[in-house]
Design a protein around this ligand. Structure first.
Ligand SMILES: [Zn+2]
Length: 64
């Protein structure tokens, strides 16, 4: 399902200007910082997972 918005991983702003296809971001443009790399955007769910990963990444036992 297409999300209502994406989150720019560069500046963490919600982005409504994007193209969604086959469950992934095809194109996106952040009005705030100018980021236009589709890999640098996440859905709200993905963003929450990433935020969690970052928290756990501080554990030195975590393998990368
Ligand atoms: Zn941005």
């Amino acid at each position: 399902m297409m999300p209502d918005y994406l989150i720019c991983l560069e500046c963490e702003s919600p982005v409504y200007t994007f193209e969604w296809k086959d469950g992934t971001v095809k194109e996106a443009l952040c009005d705030t910082c100018g980021n236009e790399d589709p890999e640098q955007f996440a859905t709200e769910d993905e963003y929450e997972d990433l935020a969690m990963d970052r928290r756990w990444a501080q554990d030195p036992k975590t393998e990368s």
